[in-house]
Design a protein around this ligand. Structure first.
Ligand code: NAD
Length: 470
C-alpha cells in the first residue's frame, strides 16, 4: 500500500476510452496489476457519447430512408411517421450496454476501475479526486495518459448544449427540430447532418474549407456534396462563420459565403462540429514535466513514451488521427513494450477513415492528389456500384470504389469508397496494404458472387486497365 492509503499498481491508466480500456485489458493479460481511472463513464467518449450511440442513430436514419422507399420492396405502409425520440432512446440503451460491457471485461481480466478525476502527481504517483472532493494517491511503476479529447469551442460559436450543441447535445435530442445549422463538414458534421435530415430537419451546412469532408479524396467530397444536395441539404463551402445570437426562432446565425455575401439564418439549433482539442489540462502534466505541443497534445515517441520516464500517452490526447481504432492500437503497442514484448509500432499511414453517413465514406492511404504530389506514377481505377450486381439487388448503387496504384510496383497507394458498407469493405484494403499486396494480388483473390466485395476486385481490375463489368 502507498503511504497515504492508495494501492500500488504496475500500471495506472488515466482514462477508460478505447485507448485506455483496451490498454488496461492487454496489460492485465500480460500479467501486470492494472488500475484504470475514470471520472465519467467506462468506455469514454466513444462508447458513451461518440462513435457507438451515433452509429445507433445512423442505423435508425438508414431504416427511415429505406422506409421512405418502401414501396419498391412491397412495403405499402400508409401514413408512416418518423420520430427521433425512440431512436434516441435506443441509442442511449446501446451506449449503456457497451459501457457495462467494459465493466464486465475489467472484472474478467482483473483490471481495477478507480472512479474519480486522475492527476499525475510527480513520478509514479496518481492522485484521484472523487466528485465529493476526496483525494487518494496511488503509486504505479508506469502511468498511461489516455484522457482523450473534447469539442473545440470557437469564439464565434460558444457551445452551451442548449441552442448551440456539440456532438453531445446533438446526441441527446428526443425531437428532430425543424431547422438545424451545422458548422463544420468533417465526420461529426456529416454524420449528424444525415441523422437529422433523415428525421425531417431542414439542414444547412457551413464549411470553412473549399469542400466537405476536406481530408477525403476530392472526388469523394464532390460526390457527397451532390448526394446531400439531392436530399435537400443546403451546403456552403469556403464560408466563414461570423456569429450566433439569440434570434426569432432559437438562434440567429450569420456567415459569409464564398462570394463574400452575408447570410443571416434563423434556425432552431446550431451544431458546432469544428474539431476536437486534447483533454490535457489540469491533469498534472506541467508539474510532472511532461512536454505538450502548442495545441496541447502530449508529445510521444513511436512507443508512446513521453519525455518523462514511466509516463506514456495514447489516443486523442497524443495527437495524430483522433480515431478510436488508432487509440486502441497505440494502447496495445504501448503496454506490450512496457511488458518487454513489443513487436512493432503503429502504422499511421494505414489507419482507415470512416464516416458513417449515407452513402458511407471510407478510405485508407493516399488521396489521388497526395499520390501525385509525392511523385508517384499514378494509375487510378474507379468502379461504380451501379455495375455491381449485389449493389443493384440491394438498391444501393450510389458511389464507387476508387483505387490509386503506383504503376512501378503496383502498390496500393490509397483506396476510397463511397457507398453501401464502405466502412466494412475498407478493411480489405487495410489488410492488402498491411501485407504489402499488389493490386494484381487483390484482383486474383477470388471474391464471392454476388457480394459488394466484387466492387473491390473490379476496382482493382479497373486500376489494371481490364475491368470486366464496365
Ligand atoms: P474534423 O476536424 O474532422 O472536421 C471539422 C471541420 O470543421 C473541418 O472540415 C473544418 O474545416 C471545419 N471548420 C473548422 N472551423 C470552422 C469554422 N469556423 N467554420 C466552418 N467550418 C469550420 O472534426 P469533427 O468532425 O468535429 O470531428 C472531431 C474529431 O473526431 C475528428 O478528428 C474526427 O476524425 C473524429 N471523429 C471521427 C468520426 C468517425 O470516424 N466516424 C466520427 C466523429 C468524430
Amino acid at each position: 500500500m502507498a503511504a497515504n492509503g492508495g494501492e500500488r499498481f504496475d500500471l495506472i491508466i488515466i482514462g477508460s476510452g478505447p485507448g485506455g480500456y483496451v490498454a488496461a485489458i492487454r496489460a492485465a493479460q500480460l500479467g501486470m496489476s492494472v488500475a484504470c481511472v475514470e471520472d465519467q463513464h467506462l468506455g469514454g467518449v466513444c462508447l458513451n457519447i461518440g462513435c457507438i450511440p451515433t452509429k445507433a442513430l445512423l442505423t435508425s436514419a438508414l431504416l427511415v430512408n429505406e422506409m421512405k422507399e418502401g414501396e419498391r420492396h412491397g412495403i405499402m405502409a400508409k401514413e408512416v411517421t418518423f420520430d427521433l425520440g425512440p431512436a434516441q432512446d435506443r441509442s442511449r440503451r446501446v451506449a449503456d450496454q457497451m459501457r457495462k460491457g467494459v465493466g464486465h471485461l475489467f472484472k474478467k481480466y482483473g483490471v481495477t476501475p478507480i472512479e474519480g478525476f486522475g492527476r499525475l502527481e510527480g513520478k509514479g504517483n496518481v492522485e484521484v479526486e472523487t466528485s465529493d472532493g476526496n483525494k487518494t494517491s496511488y503509486e504505479a511503476a508506469h502511468v498511461i495518459i489516455a484522457t482523450g479529447s473534447k469539442p473545440r469551442n470557437i469564439p464565434s460559436l460558444q457551445i452551451d448544449e442548449e441552442r448551440i450543441w456539440s456532438s453531445t447535445g446533438a446526441l441527446m435530442q428526443a425531437k428532430a427540430p425543424a431547422t438545424l445549422l451545422i458548422v463544420g463538414a468533417g465526420a461529426i458534421g456529416m454524420e449528424f447532418a444525415d441523422v437529422y435530415a433523415s428525421f425531417g430537419t431542414k439542414v444547412t451546412i457551413v464549411e470553412a474549407l473549399e469542400r466537405i469532408l476536406p481530408l477525403e479524396d476530392a472526388e469523394v467530397s464532390k460526390f457527397m456534396e451532390r448526394a446531400y444536395a439531392k436530399r435537400g441539404m443546403e451546403i456552403h463551402t469556403g464560408a466563414r462563420f461570423e456569429k450566433a445570437e439569440g434570434g426569432k426562432k432559437g438562434v440567429r446565425a450569420t456567415f459569409r459565403d464564398k462570394q463574400d455575401q452575408t447570410h443571416t439564418l434563423d434556425v432552431d439549433y446550431i451544431l458546432s462540429a469544428v474539431g476536437r482539442v486534447p483533454s490535457s489540462g489540469d491533469i498534472g502534466l506541467e508539474s510532472a514535466g511532461v512536454t505538450v505541443d502548442e495545441r496541447g497534445f502530449v508529445v510521444v515517441d513511436e512507443l508512446m513514451r513521453t519525455n518523462v520516464p514511466g509516463v506514456y500517452a495514447i489516443g486523442d490526447v497524443a495527437g495524430r488521427q483522433l480515431l478510436a481504432h488508432k487509440a486502441s492500437h497505440e494502447g496495445i503497442t504501448c503496454v506490450e513494450h512496457i511488458a518487454g514484448q513489443g513487436h512493432g509500432t503503429v502504422d499511421y499511414g494505414n489507419v482507415p477513415n470512416c464516416t458513417y453517413c449515407h452513402p458511407e465514406v471510407a478510405s485508407v492511404g493516399l488521396t489521388e492528389q497526395e499520390a501525385k504530389d509525392q511523385g508517384h506514377d499514378v494509375e487510378v481505377g474507379k468502379f461504380p456500384w451501379v455495375a455491381v450486381g449485389r449493389a443493384v439487388a440491394a438498391a444501393h448503387t450510389d458511389g464507387f470504389v476508387k483505387i490509386i496504384r503506383d504503376r512501378r510496383y503496383s502498390e496500393i497507394l490509397g483506396a476510397h469508397i463511397v457507398g453501401p458498407n464502405a466502412t466494412e469493405l475498407i478493411a480489405e484494403f487495410v489488410i492488402g496494404r498491411h501485407l504489402e499486396s499488389t493490386v494484381e494480388e487483390l484482383e486474383k483473390a477470388i471474391h464471392p458472387h454476388p457480394t459488394l466485395s466484387e466492387g473491390v476486385s473490379e476496382a482493382a481490375l479497373t486500376a489494371l486497365g481490364r475491368p470486366i463489368h464496365i
